[in-house]
Design a binder for this molecule. Sequence first.
Ligand code: NAP
Length: 280
Amino acid sequence: MPSGHRLGIVITGGSRGLGFALAKGFLAHGDRVVICARDGARVQDAVRQLRQDIGSADIHGIGFDVRDRGDSARFKAFVLGRLGRVDRWINNAGTAGERQAPLWALDGVDMLETTTTNLFGALTMSSLAVQIMREQPPSKTPVYHIFNMGFSDLGALLSRSPIPHKASKIGVAVVTRSLRAELAAHGMSSIGVHALSPGLVKTDLLRRVTTPDAAGFVEIAAERPEAVAQSLVPKIRHVRGRGSSIRHRSLPVMIARMLFRLSLRGARGLANARRLKPRE
Ligand SMILES: NC(=O)c1ccc[n+]([C@@H]2O[C@H](COP(=O)([O-])OP(=O)(O)OC[C@H]3O[C@@H](n4cnc5c(N)ncnc54)[C@H](OP(=O)(O)O)[C@@H]3O)[C@@H](O)[C@H]2O)c1
């Protein structure tokens, strides 16, 4: 059901997982959305699916690798051709690598893919977003907003993902803070830069790096992409200011929710054990 005015949204890595769910969430508000991902056929499948799910969906997709500097002019032309104006740019494309393993057991190609997708991708795509937004009508307060998914130091400390993932995601957080400062120093008041934290989301990325011993915890702590998108989309649409940290859930709420789900699981286990106990 459309609400408010229609925004122009770019989501990198929107063919599946969280990016796909975010695209669907914005489309449900009547916004106009461009998605990209490396696998062009899968992007077109996602576009078809979104048009089927949301009748009047203004959705467009293109096969594009966020690391491909040589191809960014084509992506820029596609975005401007389909949206005209970009109000929100979400650097969602990312990877935690092919598997969970200590640094010395990781494959170099995998390390390179993880670090370049997360960090170089966030750098080049933030740069492209600013290039587009600075050509749009200016404003004294931020009206165009960029979102990056980086790690805080605490996030990196708590995460069990491989080192290339953690290191590059800390780098992404630096990109967010530093770009905000550079825009302010250059008097570019129309653009805000924000950190986006979805929490643990049940996607391919999480499945790849979940070890068997962590599977039980992940099942309890992680949420469906649709549920996460439902809470993030309104926050992204109504964001204000030069920079903020937008979270799906605050840390205390996340912990309380996990404890509650653990206690539920414990109670169910106890009930099952009682039911199975042979009568004396
Ligand atoms: N899942 C979680 O628990 C979690 C938690 C915190 C933050 N995040 C962040 O949320 C974002 C989305 O993650 P997800 O869990 O939804 O992952 P996902 O299910 O693996 O989806 C990743 C998406 O990014 C695309 N992509 C990957 N590399 C790309 C590249 N070089 N260029 C363009 N597109 C690319 C993928 O399509 P192609 O493979 O076809 O390119 C896919 O559409 C990531 O930045 C991740 O770090 C996730």
